[in-house]
Design a protein around this ligand. Sequence first.
Ligand code: ZN
Ligand code: ZN
Length: 398
Amino acid sequence: MGRKVAPTYATLVLGYLEIKLYEKVGEKFGEEFKNNIIKSWKRYLDDCFIVWEDSIDKLMLFHEELNSLNPNIKFTIEYDQTELPFLDVMVIKRQGCIITDIYYKSTDTKQYLLFNSCHPRHTKNNVPYNLARRICTIVSDNDLLDLRLHELHQSLKQRNCPQNLILHGIQQARSHPRQDLLQIKNKTDKNVLPFVSTFNPKNPEFFQVLRSNATFLQQDATMQRVLNKFEIIKSKRQSASLKKILTKAKFSDVIPTETENNVQKCNNTRCGTCPFLQEGKDFKFKNGSKFTVRSSFNCTSSNLLYVITCNGCGENYIGQTGDTLRHRMTVHRQQIREPKYQCTPVSGHIRNCAKDVFPNFTVFPFYKFHKKTTEIERENKESLFISKFKPDLNAFLK
Ligand SMILES: [Zn+2]
Ligand SMILES: [Zn+2]
């Protein structure tokens, strides 16, 4: 189910299987049995119902026949000696007769439209009548009918529906004889042209304006043809609720920003880090493993992990900083340039290994911490990546 044509297919398939079923039970159990089945077999799409007047054993045999019609279609069976729900109807056996009651699923919380909800007045006004009408159509027993209408009254009251509106709706529904309500309505396809506008109680009603100017529209030959053929009806589209405004189900809003994640130079002419910054989304470690960034970086990014590549030997070094990448690299460069600042072995290595190369190293920031971090938290993450990618310059320096 779910697709628009699914109900049509279900009806066609089940209708075909029914014909097969009648033939089969005729062969197996005789003509009389077959005719009884045809008479009492009811179905809505793929939900079937039958009043069974034979033994339970025979019902089981019948169920087997049903399941042998097509290997891909299996029917589950539910049966009861006193009552059984079918769609929204509870069918009850009482003193040799069958009565019907309305059936609500146990998950039904009866959250009917709140009366102070932002909906057109006529929609809200019609809620009690439509609900009461459904009850009057389904419930066959008078005592049960009183009970269900009383329950409806209570539920609607909880949804802030005014007392007089509830009473009026129920009274109106009750005024129809049940025989009339049970009649299948023939929907006549009127040629209607909906005039759709978004409902907002603060807006003036455009439909009235349109209607009062219909004669004006008649002056145009094309419009006249349209207006003669169709009746213009008022149609309201629901305006966005808070839920609709605040929640997003679309993924398209997320994906583009993710594909934009990469490392870029800040391109500030005075930036000393730009010449050393490796750009792109991916980083390939000397050992062959690849890493794709999940954030965007430039020289001014901070609170991150970076990987340095010595341009003499191509080996890697993973480091961390809470400071900006630019500032951290200034310190690195200073250490590489002047032995007296040399606090980290990696600076000493680059100074010797990439003596005649410019730039003597490149840096690639690859992991951004999205919240404020402590040095220890960053060091823990750094250790994790070091153990994962095993960069040579971290290994032999420790
Ligand atoms: Zn820069
Ligand atoms: Zn090196």
